[in-house]
Design a protein around this ligand. Structure first.
Ligand SMILES: [Ca+2]
Ligand SMILES: [Ca+2]
Length: 239
């Protein structure tokens, strides 16, 4: 008992063990002192059992959820796109990359280095202590080229119809088109953009006479690039 108590206290003292290992006063080399003595004989703090040991029976990979960023199969005109995400399931490593680059550590967001036009792939992978691995991949396109648009002719002035149809042509992957028309004699502010298609007919003019007429058309592609065209006709006569 004396020997145990001394060992637990981390002290090594001379005592007489009455010949247990040869007799005489010595430092008993058979009993190693507690490497981290903490004054008692209970287990050292910090050595608690793992309630949910990952290495024993854990076959579930972490789960990766992307919260924002260009969608799978989507397009962006941001050449350094950012995704934000969370990884659940006690991951021990979370890594990201674009295309075939080396994986680098990431946590809850990733911003790509400057990317060239064209298609790319973003990948997140996460592992847990048991070696289970999850991977999420998104394909996307970098496109910074806007569509093109050209306005057509408008009806000649004087115009007896009280409204104007105008046309345009566009190309380059247009996914949405909006119009607005301003009649200078109207006291309303510039109207809101409205979805439209060519040909587009204005509302009936409320102030027949000589006006300034402004047409705006803008088109947008899937990556968010915008092209706009405007025609202004001063002294346009609604008769
Ligand atoms: Ca797991
Ligand atoms: Ca484009």
């Amino acid at each position: 008992m004396l020997l145990l108590a001394l060992a637990a206290c981390g002290r090594v003292e001379e005592y007489d063990d009455a010949g247990v290992d040869g007799g005489g006063d010595d430092t008993d080399a058979d009993v190693a002192p507690d490497a981290t003595p903490d004054g008692d004989v209970t287990a050292d703090a910090g050595v608690t059992p793992d309630a949910t040991p990952d290495g024993a029976g854990d076959t579930e990979a972490p789960t990766i959820t992307i919260h924002s960023g260009v969608a799978d199969g989507g397009a962006t005109n941001d050449t350094t796109p950012t995704w934000s995400f969370t990884v659940a399931g006690d991951p021990t490593t979370v890594e990201c990359r674009v295309d075939g680059a080396t994986f680098g550590a990431c946590a809850t967001s990733y911003t790509a280095p400057a990317l060239a036009q064209g298609t790319h792939t973003f990948t997140i992978r996460a592992s847990d202590a048991a070696g289970n691995q999850a991977m999420v991949t998104r394909g996307f396109t970098i496109d910074t080229t806007p569509p093109t648009i050209a306005l057509g002719q408008v009806p000649a002035s004087p115009n007896p119809l009280g409204q104007v149809s105008y046309t345009w042509s566009s190309s380059g992957g247009v996914t949405s088109t909006e119009c607005r028309a301003l009649y200078q004699l109207d006291t309303v502010p510039l109207p809101a953009w409205q979805p439209c298609s060519s040909p587009h007919t204005t509302a009936t003019f409320t102030h027949p006479g000589t006006i300034t007429l402004v047409f705006d058309v803008r088109v947008r592609d899937a990556a968010g690039n915008v092209a706009a065209a405007q025609d202004t006709f001063s002294h346009y006569v609604i008769d």
